[in-house]
Design a protein around this ligand. Sequence first.
Ligand SMILES: NC(=O)C1=CN([C@@H]2O[C@H](COP(=O)(O)OP(=O)(O)OC[C@H]3O[C@@H](n4cnc5c(N)ncnc54)[C@H](OP(=O)(O)O)[C@@H]3O)[C@@H](O)[C@H]2O)C=CC1
Ligand SMILES: CC(C)(CO)C(=O)C(=O)O
Length: 343
Amino acid sequence: MTGSRKKSVLIIGGGAVGAIAALNLEVGGLTSVTLVLRSNFNAVNEHGFDIKSCDHGRVNSWKPSIVRNSIPDIAKESLPPYDYIVLCTKNIPGIPPTVVDLVTPALPKANSHTTLVLLQNGLHIYTPFLETHPQTLVLSGISMIGSEEISPGQIIQNEGDRLIIGAFPNPNIDSPTSAALEFVSIYQNGGKTDCKLGEDVLHDRWRKLVYNACLNPICAILGLDTGRLRLAADGEVIEKLVRPAMQEIVDAARANGVVLDEDVVQKMIDVDPLQSYLSPSMLADVKKGNLIEYENLLGGPLREGRKAGVKMPTIEMLYYMAKGIQWRTMEARGMVDIPPQNV
Ligand SMILES: NC(=O)C1=CN([C@@H]2O[C@H](COP(=O)(O)OP(=O)(O)OC[C@H]3O[C@@H](n4cnc5c(N)ncnc54)[C@H](OP(=O)(O)O)[C@@H]3O)[C@@H](O)[C@H]2O)C=CC1
Ligand SMILES: CC(C)(CO)C(=O)C(=O)O
């Protein structure tokens, strides 16, 4: 990296992934992190994060350089543009504010300085920015971390932070790979993480969805972590439900020109050590009564597969079950009205 000034990084969303990203970037020493928090702001502002991490060990009462409870409006606050904005919120289309609304106040007008990094699951999550911020370089961050915020400011990370960074396609940007490489170098500078460049974002995102489109909803629907899912019913749930669902994602990817490794299904079934008893983020969300990312994890690949003529009965069933769960949560949160019960 050229120059000695620390890179300024704004992270929006300091939950399971955002808190570890903030810690990792500050441990690396090449960045100054501003972290935007919401429901956990008071807890973290007063006491800091308590983090139990397989990469960083026990870290108590820790805060990044700046924590705030609102997204900076750089024009109104006369702040210099950030070098990077890293989005670590859940990404739930249709529920305001949109991802574009979130980052817009923190970006310069007609931005070409700030690089946006989407550290979120899903397939085409960059497309809204292509329309609204065509000159903004958007990087893909595919995270294989296993992390959970068990109560405000209390983070348990039990799967290592493995991150693949790549540039989403944008015809308006020259040499996006150098910016991706710079982010890789600042992210891995602390030596605690495995962060590398991914040359083929679409391939890497489809590959990740073999896990997320299947294990996230199945664990969330059944209330089982991935270890217990493998133990359940002597492996029948894996063979009759998980494996066919994963194969449908592999088929949808292939029909969209993305050929995944032949053994990807087995690799994803086995990827979490059984005794990690890992809760995918959708299971954690259902347990907390949070909204779930079913559109990006299931709806996206389902629509792409259908368009290409692939039959995806298992994924379709999971999609509508997840949609039902979302409706249930929305009702519990007063987001939908229902007719009164007859008495
Ligand atoms: N957890 C994991 O192990 C993994 C997660 N991912 C992906 O990473 C992304 C982030 O997930 P994860 O960290 O688990 O999610 P969390 O729910 O743990 O954290 C998201 C955070 O973003 C905050 N947030 C949401 N909207 C705003 C806003 N408008 N302003 C400020 N903060 C906001 C939430 O606050 P509030 O509490 O108020 O809602 C919450 O603290 C998702 O796309 C997920 O799929 C990828 C790999 C692994
Ligand atoms: C599977 C996992 C933990 C990443 O490795 C994830 O992406 C999620 O929980 O949503």
